[in-house]
Design a protein around this ligand. Structure first.
Ligand SMILES: Nc1nc2c(ncn2[C@@H]2O[C@H](COP(=O)(O)OP(=O)(O)OP(=O)(O)O)[C@@H](O)[C@H]2O)c(=O)[nH]1
Length: 316
């Protein structure tokens, strides 16, 4: 038991700073089965119990134009005695971290329902949560009614549903629950995205603003180069000043083999960096940079031959 709780703590802590869904509940309620059902659309039936698992899940959003990685922590509870240590750990969770919780009980087991209620009462108030009753295919062994489940969910202000992780095996339970497991996880991830610092790309950088600035700079520099060297030196000086304020994360992807520092090479992006720095919010900058890369840079390439990797190669 101690070993398992040790795993619980370290799993939740190592995932800090990333989007994370933690699946909690009593032993054998189907936490692993639901997680595997979401990730693979399959019910496997027999899972190794006694080990916490972390699944790294790539989640597309904004119509597939962006992706984020979500850790799904499946906390194993091989035994249900000694809940005190788990409670302490839940109470100590940092409310600032990006954690959402899926609390699971089996509708065939009233003790697991009581435990789910306790867990909900110990979770950070503002974290996204979902209460799920599993094993809906085992209606004949039901010990907890749907109304009871709904009442607890209402008490903690979270959504509630009844599912069967074995939905691919059992087709004879209410059809509104088909694909339900997927919807639960997707709702939680969307809530996490909107409550984290990952801001949608289209609101953050405007295509027209980007191309206007780039166009103005290209024109200005050509003009300066054609007229005289003094003016050109001024432009170069302003570029180097601006470069100091640029995003440091630009540097790793902006190397130019020719070493050319003129407009149209690395400095074009450095000049644009003050605009881009609007996007540089907290730990989520890599996601935002992904948004910056996807369209505007291909435009920049058309106008000024910047040699950047294509947006398909951009990683988050
Ligand atoms: N009939 C049915 N069986 C299920 C369902 N979900 C899980 N099971 C079975 O219940 C058992 C326990 O499932 P797990 O997913 O391992 O449960 P867990 O909550 O992860 O258990 P621990 O790892 O011990 O904490 C397995 O034998 C599953 O096959 C379901 O929706 N319907």
């Amino acid at each position: 038991m101690k070993e398992s709780l040790g795993n619980v703590k370290s799993s939740i802590r190592t995932s800090s700073g990333r989007l994370c869904i933690t699946v909690l509940g009593s032993s054998a309620v189907g936490k692993t089965a639901l997680t595997v059902q979401y990730l693979t659309s399959r019910f496997i039936g027999d899972y190794y119990s006694g080990k916490d698992m972390t699944y790294h899940h790539s989640f597309p959003y904004m119509g597939g134009s962006l992706k984020t990685t979500v850790d799904i922590l499946d906390i194993s509870r091989p035994h249900d005695n000694d809940v005190q240590e788990e409670d302490d750990m839940l109470l100590s969770l940092d409310t600032e971290k990006c954690n959402a919780f899926l609390v699971v009980y089996s509708l065939t087991n009233s003790k697991s329902f009581d435990r789910a209620r306790q867990i909900l009462s110990r979770l950070p108030f503002n974290s996204p949560k979902y209460l799920v009753a599993n094993q809906l295919d085992l209606q004949h062994r039901r010990q907890v009614t749907r109304l009871e489940g709904q009442a607890v969910a209402d008490e903690f202000g979270c959504p509630f549903d009844e599912f069967s992780a074995a939905e691919s095996l059992y087709k004879d339970y209410p059809t509104q629950n088909q694909c339900g497991v997927k919807i639960v996880f997707q709702k939680l991830i969307r809530q996490l995205i909107s409550s984290s610092h990952i801001l949608p790309y289209p609101r953050m950088i405007r295509f027209s603003a980007f191309s206007k600035i780039l166009g103005a700079l290209v024109t200005k520099t050509r003009h300066a180069a054609n007229n005289n060297n003094n003016n050109n030196n001024k432009v170069q000086k302003s570029l180097s000043n601006t470069r100091k304020t640029s995003l440091s994360s630009c540097s790793d992807r902006s190397s130019n083999s020719s070493g050319n520092n003129s407009i149209g090479s690395v400095d074009s992006i450095a000049v644009l960096a003050p605009e881009m720095s609007l996007l540089h919010i907290g730990s989520s900058s890599s996601h935002l940079l992904y948004g910056v890369k996807s369209k505007p840079i291909s435009i920049a390439r058309q106008k000024s031959s910047i040699n950047y990797p294509s947006s398909q190669n951009a990683s988050i």
